[in-house]
Design a protein around this ligand. Structure first.
Ligand code: ATP
Ligand code: MN
Length: 326
């Protein structure tokens, strides 16, 4: 149990966060965002309503916005709740709200299309009003969409893999990256797996970032072929952990830390300190209520000042020492 003064301090911090949130009451741009059908149950079998989802996102906005603001953003919208049909949306539409912005980006076919992004809490809540449950940003910002500023290794376990083995795999990715000079951080995806995230200094393009990530994954799969696989083929994943490096491609996205997942039980993607990983029981350890408590009681970001890290994308040679041992 926490003592009373801690609880009071946490409450006053939460109040301070709320007080800092814009809530001007004006309409249109900068106005308060009204939530329609606030009483609708969003997660079947729970009492979690659309209003609860909006309240959750308002409360975690100070943590979530730095993850997604001014990045091209894909959203998963579920107009019938998490148990109904959900769809993945990356393109802007005027109907999303007056604070949901658009940025023209080149598509794979060479044509331009308007992608969506948000700047602030109003845009966030407008997307929630439009039944967004999940937020999936690019690993790049809108001012330089062709220069990634973070790498994501998505560890996907085959159903036979136990949790301890998966957390050990995440630590191994961390070690390899450290060996190449990169600090990295861990997040529960809120689904089945774990993401290892490494910020990089902008400069190299997506192809260079992708080649580096592929090399990390392939080195691990080469050294421990019974444990790891670096190709997406389902057959090869049997009994193994797929180290998915394909998130590091132009246009690819990964779920944001603090995003809800449109899955049973309202799980949340949660950033952890590495020391916390060993105490977890699974990727969906944090449901909306637990994630909210965490967000309110956190005094510092579990990833420290990761955004201020200025680390260059290592060259492929930086990995070869470890890979040669295979
Ligand atoms: P888990 O731990 O269960 O693997 P996850 O977040 O790592 O969770 P998924 O939820 O399976 O993985 O997401 C797969 C990837 O595909 C994510 O990068 C997501 O941004 C992206 N994605 C999800 N739905 C679509 C879609 N309909 N179209 C394109 N990309 C999608
Ligand atoms: Mn995954």
């Amino acid at each position: 149990m926490r003592n009373a003064s801690t609880t009071r301090r946490q409450r006053s911090e939460a109040d301070a966060i709320r007080a800092a949130m814009p809530n001007s009451g004006r309409h249109g741009k900068r106005g308060t965002v009204a939530i329609s059908h606030p009483e609708r149950i969003v997660f079947p079998g729970t009492g979690i309503t659309k209003q609860d989802v909006a309240d959750y996102y308002r409360a975690v906005a100070p943590w979530l916005l730095p993850e997604i603001a001014r990045r091209p953003l894909s959203v998963i919208r579920c107009p019938g709740g998490a148990g109904g049909a959900c769809f993945f949306q990356k393109h802007h539409a005027d109907t999303l709200g007056s604070n949901v912005e658009s940025v023209p980006l080149e598509e794979a076919d060479g044509d331009k299309a308007d992608y969506l992004y948000i700047e602030d809490e109003r845009g966030l809540i407008e997307l929630v009003q439009m039944n967004t449950l999940e937020f999936h940003p690019w690993g790049a910002r809108i001012d330089q969409p062709d220069q990634p500023d973070r790498l994501v290794f998505d560890l996907d376990p085959d159903p036979g893999i136990d949790w301890k083995t998966l957390t050990a795999a995440a630590r191994e990715v961390r070690q390899r990256l450290a060996g190449a000079g990169l600090d990295s951080f861990v997040r529960l995806s809120g689904g089945k797996g774990v993401h290892v995230v490494a910020p990089i200094r902008r400069g190299p393009d997506w192809d260079h970032a992708k080649a580096f990530c592929a090399a990390v994954a392939e080195a691990m799969a080469q050294e421990q072929p019974l444990r790891y696989v670096a190709t997406a083929s389902k057959a090869k994943r049997k009994g193994r952990i797929f180290i998915d490096w394909l998130r590091n491609a132009r246009g690819a996205t990964s779920v944001a830390s603090w995003s809800l997942r449109a899955r049973e039980g309202a799980p949340v993607a949660v950033p952890l300190r590495w020391e916390e990983l060993g105490r977890t029981k699974g990727s969906a350890d944090y449901d909306i209520a637990r994630a909210l408590r965490r967000a309110r009681s956190l005094k510092a970001h579990p990833w420290g000042d990761f955004a201020a890290l200025d680390q260059a994308l290592p060259s492929l040679n930086a990995l070869s020492g470890k890979a040669r041992k295979a």
